[in-house]
Design a protein around this ligand. Sequence first.
Ligand code: XUL
Ligand code: CO
Length: 436
Amino acid sequence: MPAFPEIDKIPFEGPSSKNPLAFKYYDENELVDGISMKDHLRFSVVYWHTMRGSGADPFGPGTALRPWDDGSESVENAQNRARVAFEITEKLRAPYYAFHDRDVAPEGATLVESHANLDAVVKVLKEEQQRTGIKLLWGTANLFSHPRYMHGAATSPNVEVFAMAASQVKKALEVTFELGGEGYVFWGGREGYQCLWNTDMKREQDHLARFIHMAVDYAKEIGFTGQFYFEPKPKEPTKHQYDFDAAACINFLRTYDLADHVKLNLETNHATLAGHTMQHEMEFAASQGFLGSIDANTGDLLLGWDTDQFPTDIYLTTQMMYVILKYGGLAPGGLNFDAKVRRESFEPIDLFHAHIGGMDAFARGLKIAAAILADGELQKIIDARYASWGSDLGAQIEAGEHGFASLEALMLEKGDAAPNQSGRQEMIENLINTYL
Ligand code: XUL
Ligand code: CO
């Protein structure tokens, strides 16, 4: 029995359509620079919010109506929920999905039971993948919900908690591999600290690195060749997360010899919690060769926590797609909607409105960013701004042919640097608005 018998696959009807259950901009087959929107955007639906989000907040219980879910922690309910997840994802025309082990299957009383529960649901996921052609963007393990992980998982002061987390990730990697997953994510759920007085920071970071190395080694052992990702987030649930932002993560990966194996999974709301824009995080990661995948959502400027809202701001999606296109695309990563409907949007249909809006916003961002790049005006301004570096002097410095002494000699002779030119920020901002 479908959960949404009244809904077909969401059609593309163009910008003049008034049908809330139609795409106005996302036409999966439309070519942009010779590549289909589907292949540019690589949309993914997340299991934890879309299938498990209840709308609960610290002030009250869940509000979401999910008639297909009997609310129990039974394996049968989990299997049934998995079928609905694929119905929603297929109707949304999203080619990918992503999950944590404990989103899809209930944790058992023992590890043996948890593994068996997971296997029983993975069987259904596999059938549904085959039936629909939907693929797994990435898998991950939930190492933060169970009370045993109160002090962290890989960074726990309790060595057996580390071992338990390792066992969980081993299984999650096997399952991701079995489902043909294209990646695997480490988000450091509680890998951070609440209080420095009781924390051996160096030891915890060493342990986290050891843990990720074990995962890399095990992936090699079983033949999993998917991309590993590390997901920055500055705080929440701990007051300081070790994977604070792109810069901190890249430093960690380089320090611990993980840079060849792990890229970043950047999330918009995490960027803003860290005091950055998403454009900053993406540009920084990409320029250092670490742009991996995107958790597409947005925060609320007036709220200081991770609200995980669906992205609808065209300016934001334009900035994001500009970086993605500039650096040659996102594959094997994707645009993964790590986003949830509001507590007040409690009806099942709201899940469709939310995703349609996010997908349309990125379709517009893609076309606008492609137009900015194709037009070349912005690039001309940037090239002109750095033109002096095209001189002999610039080329010699960039080639490492100068030192302080030779530059001092030059400036002593010239007396002063050439005058500066305007940064033209306002003119550029006006130019960008002409493409929107
Ligand atoms: C939490 C978060 C996670 C990761 C996967 O803020 O973003 O859902 O994306 O563990
Ligand atoms: Co995320």
